[in-house]
Design a protein around this ligand. Structure first.
Ligand code: SF4
Ligand code: SF4
Length: 410
């Protein structure tokens, strides 16, 4: 319900957004969430009747790229309005208030709506002494207060997830789950996060009253459950052993595989090739640049040098999910690379997971043929320690959605 008393359908009509467009948006959300198409109707019904939850968006050590990403959300005519169904009580980039008035709004919401609001954290949380105080309070203090009292928290972008680029700097930036261990946190990695996924998580919460199924890093499985390599339109070239050898060469012009240019797609999971960017226009690999694995754990360390070819040795697959399947993929892929039969060996997920003797395809150039910029000893490596516990096995992707009886936050 909007402050004016309007329902979402009334609000849409006033903004000139047709019912058809709205239902189409709900279909896109169902598809993004990997739900059956029939859930389009349920999502539409839920969004039409949802009570307006409060959202508190706090930024700490960040570049505001994640705010920019969501403020330029695709499907703008509907997504904007869905985002309006949330009462954005605090977002320093877009709120009218400032200073003590703004801080008072955040503090009051935390106090009055304990356990009922959604928190979004952008940027790393400086934990070093004296860095980043807001209204006289340290970032750590604010984060613990806002996150610790939220119904759920979205950590958007690489820095909020695990400290990102700034974690090794003097501010000792940390991720949300490190500063507030045990909090109900959904990590939306990426640099920046893809707003299509963030909107989908919010839609899931508004529809089902709970967050979607998560992986070992507390990332939504619908977005981070599959290797980029398996979704890439250049995959046929990989399987055929046709690679870009130099920027601007004939293979590059023809759209060949970017593996030899340092593409991290075989080791990174994300739905980037499907949800894409700029309203679904394209994504970096389609545009001709290698994936640098920006949605991977501590990707600045584990996926660099960004133009170094992935090694076929240990460390390959730092971003695979916790699932046995994902780990099996790494094993199968590494073995297959050693045998120069990568493409065919990972032809199907089931085969990859259970049958590393899958037939080898046409022989690509040996991945270990010592390119000068090969990622070697230092990276990729393990993701820097144990991931947070997630409370047991995550539900299978693509399974039944959670029960719908939960009350959305008011
Ligand atoms: S290596 Fe990169 S460009 Fe090549 S198929 Fe895999 S994801 Fe696509
Ligand atoms: S292509 Fe890779 S590095 Fe680029 S945005 Fe997508 S996931 Fe991130």
């Amino acid at each position: 319900m909007f402050p004016s008393g309007q329902t979402l359908p009334e609000r849409l009509e006033e903004r000139g957004v047709s019912r058809r467009t709205f239902v189409s948006f709900c279909g896109v959300m169902a598809a993004t969430l990997a739900l059956p198409a029939a859930y389009r109707t349920k999502i539409a019904e839920a969004l039409s009747s949802v009570t307006r939850p409060v959202l508190i968006w706090r930024q700490f050590q960040d570049c505001a790229g994640n705010s920019e990403s969501i403020l330029r959300s695709p499907h703008p005519e509907v997504a904007e309005i869905v985002l309006e169904t949330l009462a954005w009580n605090y977002h320093e980039l877009i709120m009218a208030g400032s200073g003590e008035q703004a801080e008072a709004m955040s503090t009051q919401a935390v106090r009055d709506l304990k356990g009922k609001y959604i928190a979004v954290i952008e940027g790393a949380i400086p934990s070093g002494d004296g860095y980043c105080t807001i209204g006289g309070r340290s970032a750590v203090d604010i984060a613990r207060d806002v996150v610790g009292n939220a119904a759920a928290t979205l950590a958007v972008g690489a820095c909020a997830w695990d400290g990102g680029l700034v974690q090794h700097g003097p501010t000792e930036g940390q991720g949300v789950q490190d500063v507030v261990p045990g909090a109900n946190v959904v990590n939306l990695g990426g640099c920046p996060h893809n707003s299509a996924n963030t909107v989908a998580v919010l839609v899931h919460y508004l529809t089902f009253g709970q967050m979607p199924a998560l992986d070992q890093y507390n990332r939504p499985l619908f977005a981070y459950g599959d290797l980029i390599h398996d979704q890439c339109e250049r995959r046929a070239y990989y399987d055929a052993g046709l690679f870009v050898e130099a920027w601007g060469d004939e293979g590059h012009r023809k759209g060949y595989c970017l593996y030899k240019m340092g593409c991290k797609g075989p080791a990174a999971t994300y739905n980037c090739p499907n949800v894409r960017w700029n309203g679904g226009t394209s994504w970096p690999v389609e545009a001709g640049h290698n994936c640098i694995g920006c949605a991977s754990p501590e990707f600045w360390s584990t996926m660099s040098p960004f133009y170094g070819r992935l090694p076929n040795v240990e460390g390959f697959g730092a971003d695979t999910t916790a699932e046995t399947l994902g780990l099996a993929v790494v094993g199968a892929t590494t073995v297959a690379m050693a045998a120069h039969g990568v493409g065919k060996a990972i032809h199907s997920r089931t085969v990859r997971a259970h049958d590393s003797s899958a037939p080898a395809g046409p022989e690509p150039p040996p991945p270990g043929s010592a390119p000068t910029d090969t990622v070697t000893d230092s990276a990729p490596t393990a993701s820097g320690g144990e991931p947070p516990a997630t409370g047991g096995e995550p539900p299978a992707t693509g399974g039944e959605p959670p029960a719908t009886g939960g009350e959305p936050a008011p």
